[in-house]
Design a protein around this ligand. Structure first.
Ligand SMILES: [Zn+2]
Length: 64
């Protein structure tokens, strides 16, 4: 697996976030049964991590 090299702007798919995930765009926790976008969030001081955004919060330019 080379997930570390994934493009940070490329959304993987619409899914459901695990409990405790917070949307990095608005800072509001994502509900367990709320559909969201899964993607990679690049941190300056560490490796990219998987993050979840509300569908409405996902940057438009990141899509097709
Ligand atoms: Zn949000």
């Amino acid at each position: 697996m080379t997930a570390v090299d994934a493009d940070a702007r490329q959304w993987e798919y619409t899914t459901y976030a695990p409990a405790g995930e917070t949307c990095p765009a608005c800072g509001v926790p994502i509900k367990t049964l709320e559909s969201c976008r899964r993607g990679m969030l690049a941190r300056r001081d560490s490796s990219p991590i998987v993050a979840y955004w509300h569908t409405a919060c996902a940057p438009r330019e990141a899509g097709q």
